[in-house]
Ligand binder design. Structure first.
Ligand code: FES
Length: 120
């Protein structure tokens, strides 16, 4: 299934409070890519250094041309990978990036940090 109308940016820089060497976003990135392969989903995923939500790892952003951009935090690679993929697919399916509340998995509802409008 193609889902090219979204790019998922994953912060790979956040540190884990309990283990300074652990990088929750880097682990989430690996888990996300593996799960996309398993589900045979073609989705753009890009690592980034910081999304300025450093206290709420793991953090991602959904972006697409002409769409609102959402930043989502508090993602757990064990609990949220499928919800994250479903969220990104819901975003991809919109024209403007705004996903109806009923179409948001729990991690999307609870983790939203911000949304930013597209350039005019
Ligand atoms: S280091 Fe991950 S959001 Fe800042």
């Amino acid at each position: 299934m193609a889902a090219r109308s979204v790019t998922v940016f994953v912060c790979v820089s956040c540190r884990d409070d309990g283990d300074a060497d652990a990088r929750p976003g880097a682990l989430l990135l690996d888990a996300l890519r593996a799960r996309l392969d398993e589900r045979n989903i073609d989705m753009a995923v890009e690592p980034v250094e910081c999304l300025a939500v450093c206290k709420r790892p793991a953090t991602v952003a959904f972006a697409g041309a002409g769409k609102w951009t959402y930043v989502i935090g508090d993602l757990d690679r064990g609990a949220h990978i499928d919800e994250l993929i479903d969220s990104a697919q819901s975003f991809a399916a919109t024209d403007n990036g705004i996903v109806a509340w009923k179409d948001r998995p729990e991690c999307f509802k609870k983790g939203v940090v911000s949304r930013t409008p597209p350039l005019p």
